[in-house]
Design a protein around this ligand. Structure first.
Ligand code: AMP
Length: 216
């Protein structure tokens, strides 16, 4: 089984949801740069304020800042047992940085899973996404509507839309993704660790494709 994994794809490609399930099923930690950045924002630190401005605009946090942030984030885990990185690397310099970090620990990435989803589906997934303020459950107005408008099925909490899921920000995130992150597809392909997964269709079906790819 492949256990040193990266999951990548455009915003709204399902990385978070699929990543969580793989992490539970394979018993490897899901390490998400987006979640860690949002935690920093929630803590109200000065650097958190900077992150918030960038994230709300759909821009990337600069690489030099991310190197230190990723270093600190990864130091909290025993990576030798396996992992799934979500949201990073997002640029070629970040990929080089991570390569170097892992090499020092004698770890090599087994697979970069690339969830390939059509632009049309991405827009629906993102614009329909609603998250519970209380328990973090994720709903979608097109695919998995809450039973009561604006309320969480699990805890009754209020649902909200991520600031960076608003249309302006989404369009920016997609263009940033195409410019900065898409080159990684080629990068991992040359390293022979890219596994492309058809990310269109039902959640369970996509999950099956991923499990098949990592359990070979
Ligand atoms: P995500 O939850 O992965 O969609 O990340 C949300 C936002 O956090 C992104 O749009 C970026 O602004 C920022 N972000 C997350 N990961 C990275 C990263 N590896 N490099 C730069 N910015 C990041």
């Amino acid at each position: 089984m492949k256990k040193y994994l990266i999951i990548m794809g455009a915003p709204g490609s399902g990385k978070d949801t699929q990543g969580k399930r793989i992490s539970e099923k394979q018993k490897i930690p899901l390490i998400s740069s987006g979640d860690a950045l949002r935690d920093e924002i929630a803590n109200g630190t000065p650097i958190g304020k900077k992150f918030q401005e960038l994230i709300a605009k759909g821009l990337l946090v600069p690489d030099e800042v991310m190197f230190e942030f990723i270093d600190n984030l990864l130091s909290k885990y025993d990576l030798s047992r396996g992992f799934i990185f979500n949201g990073f690397p997002r640029t070629i310099p970040q990929a080089e940085f991570i390569n170097c970090y892992l090499n020092k620990r004698n770890i090599e990435i087994d697979a970069a899973l690339y969830l390939n989803v059509s632009d049309e589906e991405i827009l629906r997934r993102i614009s329909g996404r609603r998250i519970c303020k209380n328990c973090g459950s994720v709903f979608n107005l097109y695919y998995s509507k809450p039973n009561i408008d604006g309320k969480c099925n699990n805890c009754g909490g209020e649902l909200y839309q991520r600031e960076d899921d608003f249309e302006d920000s989404v369009l920016k995130r997609i263009s940033v993704y195409k410019e900065s992150t898409l080159p990684l597809i080629d990068y991992f392909s040359k390293k022979k660790i890219l596994i492309e997964i058809d990310g269109n269709g039902a959640f369970e079906k996509i999950m099956e494709r991923i499990l098949e790819a990592i359990n070979d």
